[in-house]
Design a protein around this ligand. Sequence first.
Ligand SMILES: NC(=O)c1ccc[n+]([C@@H]2O[C@H](COP(=O)([O-])OP(=O)(O)OC[C@H]3O[C@@H](n4cnc5c(N)ncnc54)[C@H](O)[C@@H]3O)[C@@H](O)[C@H]2O)c1
Length: 339
Amino acid sequence: MSWDLLWSLLLACALVYLGVQLIRFVRADGDLTLLWAEWQGRRPEWELPDLVAWVTGASSGIGEELAYQLSKLGTSLVLSSRNADKLERVKNKCLEISNLKEKDILVLPLDLTDRSSHEAATKKVLQYFGQIDILVNNGGRSQRSLFEETNLDVYKEIMDINFMGTVSLTKCVLPHMIERKQGKIVTTSSLMGLGGVALVSGYAATKHALHGFFNSLRSELAVYPEITVMLICPGPVQSNIVENAFCEEVSKKVENTGNQDYKMATSRCVRLMLVSMANDLKEAWISEQPYLSFCYIWQYAPTWAWWLTNKLGYRRIENFKSGLDADSSYFRPLEKKSN
Ligand SMILES: NC(=O)c1ccc[n+]([C@@H]2O[C@H](COP(=O)([O-])OP(=O)(O)OC[C@H]3O[C@@H](n4cnc5c(N)ncnc54)[C@H](O)[C@@H]3O)[C@@H](O)[C@H]2O)c1
């Protein structure tokens, strides 16, 4: 074989390899560390059984799915949100699909805004299980309204739930983790904790606040290397988030929730959350494209990124006002994702 032919073959192989990697990158639904952890890292099945996880916002969406996947791994659960009946339903399904026993799941109704109740709730969990290995600060509400049309009370309420509620519960649980010199504090932030788009100014503010808070706390806890502070940043995921979102007034409900089927399946988002927990990732971006690309552009070319974000922001408002989901149909037709 001639050298020319050999070089051509090698070049063709290299191009095919690069092409495959490019396609993988374009289709990726996580940041590079997370993808590596999923490929080569520790498995949730090895790391998470026999631990105790306290999940807030466990009555629907991502928190509910977390309860199901953690129960299948054999993780004991404390399930919290405001509605005891909904939590009992989740508990019963966990018992149905896993080997957990009744005693392995504690239903603990809790309102994130009722901060005076958080200390007693923490004591209850510790009395019941004796330990908290993972606190998943997942409960929260989003927003769908323009700043100009939104009452300031909405900003106060959303901050109270997403930020103050999370900080308050963390403050109650942290001394226990410090005493044991171990634990994972996992907070469901959002891609809106990294950037921002139209219709979510208050929501994005709460998630940015969580980043500032937990990134600083992580540094304060550096003397306890076995305590991990994690920020999980999902993009659009199937759940009741839009239905439960704030809009112009605190008591008003979103009128058009739009079709949510095109969003990332809840099960996939939660699987990647578990991979993040198993590998003690400090921050994980979990999202399909095109949203994931924005994380990279926001970091590396902010001025271009904001030019592009503004173009899409206009489209978001148009989508939402015409009864579609705000994020739907930027670049591609809606496709239904099985959950
Ligand atoms: N679904 C998405 O597209 C998406 C994207 C990024 C981040 N997130 C985040 O994921 C987390 C879970 O949201 P979801 O998508 O499952 O929505 P969801 O509306 O289905 O679930 C939210 C949960 O939070 C609970 N909750 C709300 N207010 C509360 C309060 N005052 N006290 C206690 N619990 C309260 C609800 O009862 C529910 O269990 C939220 O923090 C949200 O910001 C969601």
